[in-house]
Design a protein around this ligand. Sequence first.
Ligand code: TYD
Ligand code: MG
Length: 434
Amino acid sequence: MSLTLVGRCPGCGEWGTMSEEAPAPSGGSAVSRVTAKPIASLDVKPEERVPSGIAELDRVLGGGWVKGGVVLLGGEPGVGKSTLLLQACAFIAKGGHRVLYISGEESAGQLAMRARRLGISEKNVDLLCDADLLSMLEAAAGYEFLVVDSVQAFRIEGESGWSGSPSQVRNVASRAAMTAKSLSIPMVMVGHITKQGTIAGPKILEHMVDVVLLFSGERNSSHRLLRAEKNRYGATDELGIFEMTEGGLAAVTDPSRMYWGMAGSVGTPGVAAGVSLEGSRPLVAEIQALSCATPFPYPKRTARGIEVNRLQLLLAVLERRCGIFSRNSDVYVNVAGGLSLQDPAADLSICAALASSFRDVALPEGVCFIGEVGLAGEIRPTAKSSLRVREAARLGFKAAVMSARDPAEKPEGQDGFLIIKVGSVSAMLERFLK
Ligand code: TYD
Ligand code: MG
């Protein structure tokens, strides 16, 4: 079958992702010229780190850029990828190192104007805005940090496909990665994302790089979140939190204060506080739930900031274990501030918010809910619970509701703080929402 006849991938159903591949040359003689070595005999050197100068970025990278390490930074247009990278370039340049920024997205004039706006006046940041990627990569010799903005903007002559096509993206990325590895310098490539929020281009792109970072933010908010999807040099659960300001991206130093109670909704039925652990950092999150009677046979379940499947599961637990029936109601859940919660410890706060909305009774102020909820309606202990309790106390909470089996104790110096241990969701409701 000729590939020119195939527009849509029969495997994944996506359009424009098929590309033609020449068969690999067949292998030569049966006698191998390479010898394997025992793993224990190899010299190991810890990777050399280069601090990025941006604490929130270092947190997600696991301690800074790595020499010879290739990072792919994905995000929606306008989220601030180029801004973040220009700021990172400026810091490295300040240390006396030469930095090369290769751009296929913006002209040199546009980038220079932005750099002015960001107050970047370093002489060591060089710009290249040409169409020929290969000669720009050749010019990278002698530089100590390299940015390619973006993998979709370039095209390698002599290879098939237009820029941004899967084969071109793969080629551009592999040439750029080879350059960084051979020069042993850190490199960041910007990657566009699809409507579904994944990095555009072939999946192999993510396998080719050492670190995949995703930068996200809500349209109408200045907050930006940075997460690692993959990190060969560190953990993937850390969260970097920024704010886009007039002068570029600034770190948010006390994120709990940013997410909890900012909207003035505390004390309303349906609002509960949970403490979610994002990597090593606990965050107090505001869960808002709203239930509303519907005459339709298929009530709506809408969730922002938690997965809708998790909402459905918790509604089932509330119905079967606590007698809270939601089958005639539309249910909406929102995590304030655009935060997205993956931590199962948020379950109990979601249940508390839902039940509070169904019963139309506000939860007592100053109380937060920390625990995973099981299908039997039991509350389970959570990881690092004392860290969470300490964060809640720091923000002025007076009590934390937790699993009866959670070992957490009162935080030091907070004698007035109460830890209320309960075994099940129904016991929690009995106590707070009677
Ligand atoms: P940009 O870095 O160009 O996004 P990306 O490279 O991800 O497409 O960010 C562009 C947005 O950021 C634009 O809407 C303007 C805003 N911005 C600020 O608010 N303050 C600033 O200092 C800068 C440089 C940009
Ligand atoms: Mg950009």
